[in-house]
Each structure stands twice: as C-alpha cells, then as structure tokens.
Design a protein around this ligand. Structure first.
Ligand SMILES: [Zn+2]
Length: 92
C-alpha cells in the first residue's frame, strides 16, 4: 500500500488499496525513502501501490538491503488500525 508522495518518505493512507504487482488487497502500509523506492520498484509501478511482500521480493531480486529503512509498519483494518514498531531487523 505504499504510494508515491512528494515528501521524502511514503505517507500512510488508510483505506483499501490493491497492490499493482500481485493484485492483493493489502492492509499493511510502510514507509521507505524515495531513493530506495526507485531502486527497488520497477519504473512502471513506482507511482502505484506495492505491498510489503512484493517490495520484499523485488528487493531480493535486486539484492537491495532495505532492513534498516523500515522501522514502522501500519495496519489499516476494517475494525481497528495499528502502528507496529520494529524491534529487530535483519537481512536474511
Ligand atoms: Zn503485492
């Protein structure tokens, strides 16, 4: 559910959005620096919504280590919303 903004990082948006890579309705949102986003996400999807799972796969394919760049994860559900703080992050 990350999407291009004019700010340095992607901003959190609630509401249902569909990942343009896998087509899932993903309720998790995350922020990464635009520099990293452009390095990982193909140009045709850079201004679209990409879920964390697809972002991770794309980063893996390109060998981009992003584990230091995501420290907060948002969940926007129908009944409740959460903000998760990363406790640990490791490259696998
Ligand atoms: Zn996806």
């Amino acid at each position: 559910m990350a999407r291009i903004t004019n700010k340095k990082t992607r901003s959190f948006r609630s509401g249902k959005q569909t990942c343009k890579v896998c087509g899932c309705t993903d309720k998790f949102d995350f922020k990464v620096p635009n520099r990293l986003w452009k390095k990982v996400v193909p140009v045709k999807c850079q201004n679209k919504v990409v879920c964390l799972e697809c972002f991770d796969e794309l980063a893996f394919e390109k060998g981009v280590d992003y584990c230091d760049f995501i420290d907060v994860l948002y969940f926007a559900g129908d009944q409740a919303t959460f903000k998760f703080q990363a406790v640990e992050a490791h490259r696998v």
